[in-house]
Design a protein. Sequence first.
Length: 277
Amino acid sequence: RAKVTFHTLQEKKQSGRPITALTAYDYATARLVDEAGIDLILVGDSLAQVVLGYDTTLPVTVDEMLHHTRAVRRAVKHAIVAADMPYGSYHVKLDEGVANAARFMKEGGAEAVKIEGGANRVQLVERLTDAEIPVIGHLGLTPQSVHRMGGYKVQGKTTAAADVLLKDALALEEAGAVAIVLEGMPREVAQHITHRLNVPTIGIGAGPDCDGQILVFHDLVNLSFSKPAKFVRQYGDAASLFRTAVDGYLHDVERREFPNESESYHLPKETRAAFEA
Ligand code: KIV
Ligand code: NA
């Protein structure tokens, strides 16, 4: 299997082959996802909710994101590893945004960073691109904007709002973005943006016409402890698998059925007698 690059994704768009992407936040899941042959692994700031237990993505820090990015980096041989820039790490000053992004590349081993926002991020995307940092844009339902949006709501539902999304997408592409995540928008809007862009779109809750799809790993396997959104398809039930395993262990330990004789170490035969005496 060849290393996946943004050229690979571009070729996939051109030839109409779907791009596959998933999040991963640690070594074990990143290995499984990479070995399955997924094209792009995102260390998403959704980890704030699904592995750190926060209510929103806002509290997670650059250092916390880096910790997870390094674990994923150590696991992945083929997929592109991209890291989410967390809230506050690129919203204040351009220089700060570039410096934080460089940390994801240098300390985290990321091959790209993802930032949320449209026309308001154009200068930053230009600066990052100039600093040799591939940028993935993210438009539509952008979770870091939860308070401004007044909740997690599908975006681009009027022709005016859809037009803003298209203009944002074109502005990000023009600024140098190598791919754009389209989240939580009508299928028709995502299809139109995908058609108009040269760079690939990767959809989540944006219908089947994007150049690729991404989901949160924990949603895929029922480990996110929340009512799944309309766009989630659950492909496995890790919660029930893990529960069964923990229940079984608890049961066996309480009944002294674990560990058994063959799961125990023993003294050599010659010395055993001294202990049995
Ligand atoms: O943080 C995340 O998981 C994401 C993807 C779902 C696009 O941003
Ligand atoms: Na994210």
